[in-house]
Design a protein around this ligand. Structure first.
Ligand SMILES: [Zn+2]
Length: 181
């Protein structure tokens, strides 16, 4: 289910490479995380800590939950209405829902197993903020282009992770049925 690797690996979705960042492959239902991403998260994006890493995995597992729940149909409908890319597109809605599911996981795991230590949630929020489209675009291209968003802005990623964490229920994560992303 969870496959850490270093450099490159074979997946049912083609060759996994570190440049792709962490991803979920519906074809083999596995989460692939290149360990160099954790180094980048810490050193380049300023989001260190074990819970920042847990957030990354929980987000990818969120995509697995979406697969199990058949959310790809919702995503397809959203694509017809809003298009795929862009600030309100289906891709952003899928990704923000995965962030929200990650928050739900943090809530439930803490309720049943008391996993959270002081500062953990802040680490998760910092990681969510670090990988917002606006922040990444600004870093790599010097400007922000909402029309090409695929994951949502830093503020949106923080918002949906927090919402899932506070509510602790998947129903809080309906990113397809809202105008207020
Ligand atoms: Zn994702």
């Amino acid at each position: 289910m969870f496959v850490p690797y270093d450099g490159a690996t074979r997946t049912a979705c083609g060759q996994g490479q570190s440049a792709m960042g962490p991803f979920y492959c519906p074809g083999d239902r596995r989460v692939y995380v290149d360990l160099s991403f954790y180094r980048e998260l810490r050193d380049r994006f300023g989001a260190p800590g074990d819970f920042a890493q847990a957030y990354v995995i929980a987000h990818e597992v969120g995509h697995h939950v979406q697969t199990l729940l058949g959310q790809d149909r919702e995503a397809e409908r959203a694509a017809q209405v809003y298009g795929r890319k862009g600030a309100t597109g289906s891709s952003v809605r899928v990704e923000l829902q995965a962030d929200c599911y990650a928050g739900v996981w943090a809530n439930r795991a803490n309720a049943t197993q008391h996993i959270l230590e002081p500062g953990d949630v802040d680490q998760g929020l910092a990681a969510a903020a670090a990988v917002g489209d606006d922040k990444l675009q600004k870093q790599s291209q010097g400007r922000v282009m909402p029309d090409s968003f695929t994951h949502g802005s830093s503020a949106q990623r923080v918002h949906w992770f927090q919402r899932g964490f506070e509510r602790g229920a998947l129903e809080a994560c309906d990113t397809f049925g809202t105008d207020g992303l």
